[in-house]
Design a protein around this ligand. Structure first.
Ligand code: ADP
Length: 263
């Protein structure tokens, strides 16, 4: 079994009339870097909330490291899967950065030393160390977003899920994001992101899952998905900047080699 195994998952909100997720199956291994892309309303946020049990499967199953999310509370699942909300205001409750970042990790009952070192490490990765006594509400949006990312990193979960982390980030913020994704990945963590920023995907992720209308319509290497114009059109997605793609993707694939040309 894969580290994350999603089997025939369907979901409908209590207030809704139609399924928001339709028969989704997916396998993700430890240490993968995965981007979930697709138009607004495709079901991306709903889907990732099911990976840590914030929403529970109605039909089908979500199993993480042998744990079926149906059988565990969100608090328990958070040891395995951390989810960073799209809007930082949905996730900030304390009046200083250190306490905010330590909040989730405290619930996991680490020793004081371990907790402090996890929070320090998370602040270092998100470039927040010098702001640890600030009130998060006094920080700009982009830094508040990093506070929420740090609070999930500090929990030391196996899987870190970020929902639109590039929103409001400038070039510095994008570099911080890049370095922290690399850092987490080097530790063997799985990093999953939802994003509309295709350049961010090219620069940071290997595997892409494309969603439309509550279904996964493509799942594969970015070197394949971003050349598949049919898929991109179907999901109404922009192809990334060609020079970014060229750096990442073997252009020869779509160009006749000299030998083929001569034949
Ligand atoms: P995405 O993240 O791809 O934009 P969402 O998962 O947020 O998609 O939303 C998928 C669909 O579910 C949308 O049609 C949205 O309006 C609906 N939806 C999202 N949250 C709720 C909710 N709490 N109650 C009812 N419908 C919802």
């Amino acid at each position: 079994m894969s580290f994350i195994t999603v089997k025939n998952l369907s979901f409908k909100y209590p207030s809704g009339t139609e399924n928001v997720l339709n028969d989704i199956s997916l396998k993700v291994e430890k240490g993968e870097k995965l981007a979930i892309i697709g138009q607004n309303g495709a079901g991306k946020t709903t889907f990732v909330k099911m990976l840590n049990g914030l929403l529970k499967a109605e039909k089908g199953e979500v199993i993480v490291d042998g744990w079926n999310t149906k059988d565990f509370s969100v608090a328990k699942m958070s040891k395995k899967v951390g989810y960073v909300f799209q809007n930082p205001m949905d996730q900030i409750f304390h009046n200083n950065v250190f306490d905010e970042i330590a909040f989730g990790a405290k619930k996991l009952k680490y020793s004081k030393e371990k907790l402090d070192s996890l929070v320090e490490k998370a602040m270092k990765l998100t470039k927040l160390s010098e702001f640890k006594k600030e009130n998060p509400y006094n920080l700009p949006y982009s830094m508040r977003k990093f506070v929420t990312i740090a609070s999930i990193i500090a929990m030391d979960c196996d899987v870190v899920i970020m929902d639109e982390p590039t929103a409001g980030q400038d070039y510095f913020g994008m570099q911080v994001l890049h370095n922290l994704i690399e850092g987490l990945n080097k530790e063997g963590k799985t990093v999953i992101t939802i994003t509309h920023d295709m350049e961010f995907v090219v620069n940071n992720f290997d595997r892409i899952v494309v969603m439309t209308n509550g279904k996964i319509i493509a799942d594969g290497d970015k070197r394949d998905i971003f050349w598949d114009l049919e898929i991109l059109k179907k999901a109404m997605l922009k192809q990334p900047n060609i020079s970014d793609l060229a750096r990442e993707i073997n252009l020869n694939k779509n160009i006749l080699s000299i030998e083929e040309f001569v034949e």
